[in-house]
Design a protein around this ligand. Structure first.
Ligand code: SF4
Length: 269
């Protein structure tokens, strides 16, 4: 029996996958829009997706692993996920996506832009063919901004308080300055993230989101001051180098440089 290919676009709550959904809306009418919800996402992501859903005029299918983060944390013996051990992406993002896909042949739409040269952590199942419409259509950073502005959807709202990427509030890919901003904006979420950490004198039994800097240390006044100062200096350096580019573009560029080879596409595009 020949199966007709399904078309699936995975939204992360980030600007690029959102712009891609808007870009594809009238091109592939049978597109399935999905969002893999870890249950620990930034609170603004949910509102943003509701807005996008209204614009698309189609339900965004919410996929989640029923067991949730706490369950998997226990399974992994309290070992917090990190860049070298991304069990969270695997169990809470990729698996629910692959379960939804099943064995059907599908085309998966990924929002890597024409001005990017990155690869990422995506599903490698044989029945999933991945395509990059922004690359094919020459849509770059400015193109994405234009799509978001023209639709009236705009940038994800968490960017207003300085979080640069979608994903979990405790995502280990965030910069120290973003942890500070989380503490100042949503102290409750910071506290929850802090509670997941385990400090121990026993060798190999300490689990923190940032290596060598537990959140209970990061939140101390003197450390916040230091992090803000370092961030300011970094911004200054980039401001000097910016040439004709607008500052916002330069800053977006720095963030993307930093994340490009590290982050998980399914969480943060
Ligand atoms: S956003 Fe970060 S913490 Fe959440 S699943 Fe993705 S990599 Fe893991």
């Amino acid at each position: 029996m020949i199966h007709k290919k399904r078309h699936i676009l995975n939204l992360s709550g980030g600007k690029d996958s959102t712009a891609l959904a808007l870009h594809m809306r009238d091109k592939i009418l049978e597109m399935e829009y999905v969002f893999c919800d870890t249950g620990e996402e930034l609170r603004e992501t949910y509102e943003y997706l509701d807005q996008v859903e209204a614009f698309l005029g189609k339900k965004i299918i919410r996929l989640n692993d029923r067991a949730g983060f706490d369950h998997w944390l226990k399974v992994f013996g309290g070992y917090l996920p990190g860049p070298r051990m991304r069990w969270c992406t695997k169990m809470l993002k990729l698996k629910p996506f692959e379960n939804h896909v099943g064995d059907d042949p599908i085309i998966s739409y990924v929002g890597i832009r024409a001005d990017e040269d990155r690869v990422g952590y995506i599903s490698t199942k044989e029945n999933i063919e991945t395509v990059y419409p922004f690359k094919d259509d020459g849509v770059d950073y400015n193109g994405v901004m234009k799509i978001l502005q023209d639709s009236g959807i705009g940038l994800p709202p968490y960017m207003k308080w300085g979080r640069t990427h979608s994903g979990c509030y405790f995502c280990f890919f965030q910069q120290k300055i973003e942890w500070v901003r989380l503490l100042e904006t949503y102290p409750e979420d910071f506290r929850k993230a802090q509670e997941f950490e385990k400090l121990s004198n026993e060798m190999g039994k300490t689990y923190t989101w940032i290596e060598g800097l537990p959140l209970r240390e990061l939140r101390k006044k003197e450390n916040i001051k230091k992090i803000k100062k370092q961030h300011k200096l970094r911004e200054e350096r980039f401001r000097k180098k910016r040439g004709n580019k607008k500052l916002v573009e330069v800053l977006a560029g720095i963030d993307e440089e930093e994340y490009r080879y590290r982050a998980c596409l399914i969480c943060q595009l």
